[in-house]
Design a protein around this ligand. Structure first.
Ligand code: HEM
Length: 534
């Protein structure tokens, strides 16, 4: 098993220095409070200007899978081990909160699932998670195919125009196109609102992008400037942010009002009988309002919708972006994928049932998530003193951590760990087909599909927390199946019609990270119509 290092950038790792410096300083100076954990010293300059991608991975190889990273008075624990990740995310999940992530996201998502306090989270998770049941997902596949078709039709029109001028291919920033596609899908799937962003611009779309941009900026900035008194009124960027937020909130409030006013007993019956395919509006909002009656608190509902809009948009767009980036460097894998699409779909659209037969496309999606996990780091802060277990090859006694310890579970490191993956830096969708034998590494039993019978996609249970694309434990992503099916449909429909090449070299595609790993200047590709009769 081998490895070379690649990249993640440290995303929302910045804690509120003002709030926490003294606590950390005490821990740091007292030295022993985090056991005998290896320490990686970072230069403060590593925090600015360039992503921490290479450093976090290199430090993992150098110091092991649990180490303390110290930047002067700032320190955090970096975890790249499945057993320790399982402890934090599942076994001892309620001894940790989201730390700085909640600080950043609370102004946008309010009491939505991601930043919510534990009591609110427990109550809302119980209500929202059942909304993502199998029949809802089946109804959503139609939304995915409708929106993907709008995208492919747009590309076909552009290509027709190009052909009429004697050209063969069009050049497109596919990252931007996937972002529009994912926005339209999340709008329809979560609150039955058609942003129509594939074909047009609107103030609401601009406001969504403005808000995401600000969230991203906050996540890579060290000082919580948005908390400075009066900043929201005085600083132009903050004023713009408040303005964008208001546009989205007004839009969501309107949709919630409308959903409540249009609540019909017939629809409730259909929902209760689970007759989803005959519902005009199968959205999650409809489910939340219809099943829970009119007593749902509007503000909470708005926070829930906003959370899902943000959580489900850029993440899925990023998966598609990196899937195409990886495929474009592997033309033989494109051909293999297209052969599968031709044999399963022919010229038809995917359905819930045919997705089950698109095995290779599904594996491309998960392999892309392995190499480019979104987000690359999961953020936690310990609420009480704890002992992190010894990892698969670490200190048997584990490490003591005090309350208030900031932790980054580096999913990126885990997914590229040389201890668990053969040729970890390579794009090999087929790897998930191989039932791996134990590699003789303590604590690692390899993939075991019987742990999660019937799962369409490999997950953290099958891999015993070595593969964590959607986190794990109680705070695991609620939209995982939605996102996986969406990505499978969109990718299949793209490759069904087009051949894709990168416009420049792979090295010219620079990575940056906020909440997700994305490109610096877009994923510029050449798109050609597939020659039929293959
Ligand atoms: C949480 C990834 C799509 C809604 C999470 C977490 C991850 C994740 C890793 C756990 C975060 C943590 O433990 O700190 C992804 C990826 C997606 C995706 C990679 C796309 C490929 C979606 C979609 C939705 C969604 C489509 C909604 C429709 C949520 C919510 C949470 C969450 C609400 C918070 C769950 C909780 O704390 O109870 N997601 N997600 N995500 N995701 Fe996703």
């Amino acid at each position: 098993i081998r490895c070379q290092s690649t990249s993640t950038k440290e995303p929302k790792t910045k804690r509120n220095l003002l709030d926490n410096a003294s606590n950390l300083l005490t821990n740091f100076l007292s030295g022993g409070s985090i056991g005998s954990m290896p320490i990686a010293e970072g230069a403060v300059s590593d925090l600015f200007g360039k992503p921490l991608f290479f450093s976090l991975y290199d430090w993992f190889i150098e110091h092991g899978s649990v180490y303390k990273l110290a930047f002067g008075p700032k320190a955090f624990v970096v975890v790249s081990d499945p057993i320790v990740a399982r402890h934090i995310l599942r076994e001892n999940a309620f001894s940790f909160d989201k730390g700085v992530l909640a600080d950043i996201l609370e102004p946008i998502m309010g009491k939505g699932l991601i930043p919510a306090d534990l009591d609110t989270w427990k109550q809302r998770r119980r209500v929202i998670a059942p909304g993502f049941h199998a029949l809802y997902l089946e109804a959503m596949v139609k939304v995915f195919t409708d929106c993907s078709e709008r995208t492919t039709l747009k590309f076909e029109k552009l290509l027709d125009r190009e052909h009429s001028h004697g050209g063969e291919a069009i050049e497109l920033d596919l990252e931007a196109e996937f972002s529009s596609l994912a926005l339209d899908i999340i709008g329809l799937g979560v609150f039955n609102y058609d942003f129509g962003s594939i074909t047009k611009e609107s103030p609401v779309i601009k406001a969504v992008y403005g808000t995401l941009f600000e969230a991203e900026h906050r996540s890579t900035f060290y000082i919580p400037y948005w908390k400075i008194p009066l900043a929201r009124w005085v600083v132009p960027r903050q004023r713009k942010f408040q303005y964008d937020l208001k546009i989205i909130n007004d839009c969501l409030d309107g949709l919630i009002r409308n959903a409540k006013e249009s609540r019909e007993e017939a629809d409730v019956e259909k929902l209760q009988q689970r007759d989803y395919l005959n519902l005009k509006d199968a959205s999650l909002l409809r489910f939340l309002v219809d099943m829970r009656g009119a007593d749902v608190d509007d503000r909470q509902l708005r926070d829930d919708l906003m959370t899902m809009l943000v959580a489900g948009h850029e993440t899925t767009a990023a998966v598609l972006t990196w899937a195409v980036f990886l495929l474009a460097q592997n033309p033989s894998k494109i051909r293999k994928a297209q052969a599968e699409i031709d044999s399963v779909l022919g010229q038809g659209r995917p359905t819930y049932d045919t997705i089950k037969k698109l095995e290779y496309i599904r594996l491309i999606v998960v392999e892309s998530l392995r190499l480019y996990p979104q987000p690359p780091l999961l953020i936690r802060r310990s609420l009480k003193a704890d002992v992190l277990p010894g990892g698969y090859k670490g200190d048997k006694d584990g490490y003591k951590i005090p309350a208030g310890t900031d932790i980054f579970i580096s999913v990126y490191n885990l997914h590229r760990s040389p201890y668990f993956w053969d040729r970890p830096q390579e794009f090999i969708p087929e790897r998930f087909l191989v039932q791996k034998e134990s590699e003789g590494i303590e604590g690692w039993a390899g993939f075991d599909p019987s742990r999660s019978p019937g799962a369409l996609y490999p997950n953290e249970i099958i891999s015993d927390f070595a593969f964590l694309p959607f986190g794990g434990g109680p705070r695991k992503c609620v939209g995982d199946q939605f996102a996986l099916l969406e990505s499978t449909v969109a990718l299949a429909m793209l490759l069904q019609k087009f051949d894709v090449e990168l416009k420049g070299s792979p090295e010219s595609v620079e990575l940056v990270t906020g909440a997700t790993i994305h490109t610096k200047n877009g994923l510029w590709c050449k798109l050609k119509k597939r020659s039929r009769g293959l």
